[in-house]
Ligand binder design. Sequence first.
Ligand code: FAD
Length: 291
Amino acid sequence: MTRIADLLAEGPTLSVEFFPPKTDEGIEKLSDTIDELEKLSCPAVPADRLSFVSITYGAGGSTRDRTRDLVVRVNERRPFPAMPHLTCMGHTRAEIDDLLADYAANGVHNVLALAGDPPADGSPVTGDFTYATELIEAIRAAGDFSVGVAAHPELHPRSPDRAHDRRYLAEKLNAADFGITQFFFDADDYFSMVEDLADRGCETPVLPGVMPLLNPTTARRFAGIAGATFPEELAARVEAAEDPAQRMAIAADAAAELSAELLERGVPGLHIYCMNRSDVVEALLGRLTTG
Ligand code: FAD
């Protein structure tokens, strides 16, 4: 099983994020999507082909089995690793230990360690964990995993100020092997976070998360939750598109422009939020390849 830390050590990586579908039919469709992605090549990224995929985890464990089954299935059948996301808020230590033991027994050696979010209805947080850093400790104790964490270039919405955010982000990254950012639309947000981290002596690689803005309504909601600036001008152009092909072209052009700038300024890889669609990844990478 390939460790993502080793892939990053070899050079810029290419990765894609999926969410676990709710139905068997959805799983089959995602398998076709992954087939398509497996065929893609992108000479603009040194990895050229897909380096790894990651699979999200529903808040409080709502997709626990679906995330787990999908990760194990991809790992068994594909030439690249699948990394499960894992949120700790609301879980007991025993629940987390059981899941990690199961992952280790099934050849999963990469985990994205996340805090998750408190209940939306304001009820108190239950369980044995508050912060992602505590989950990193549990993962390290459970086995030889390569551990990733989340980073928020424009600050985490629960951070009271920049110094607080960067202090805990640097501590977390120093305990992990790599980071992946929330999506952003201005490369300067990413590079100023990297500078802040370097000022604190943190050099852990952080993959920039790029989201092609194919569905502005959903992305606007996610950006609101994550405290990320939303590009209203780009969204207006996507929403005004005459047909799906034009919509795709506008979203892919913008994502490719951002990705090209990130690669040119030196990032450890690209992590694409594809909303389970291969066509958007293909459109983005196609534009990168042809310049
Ligand atoms: P933490 O790193 O724990 O930070 C949360 C807040 O606590 C920050 O403000 C931080 O500054 C502060 N903090 C940290 N440690 C301390 C401390 N010791 N004392 C005081 N304050 C502290 N959510 C899901 O539910 N499922 C997913 O699959 C998922 N995948 C994601 C993937 C990526 C790449 C990203 C960027 C986010 C993802 N999320 C996911 C969202 C994530 O769970 C939320 O952003 C959550 O609110 C915070 O998670 P975190 O791991 O960044 O938290």
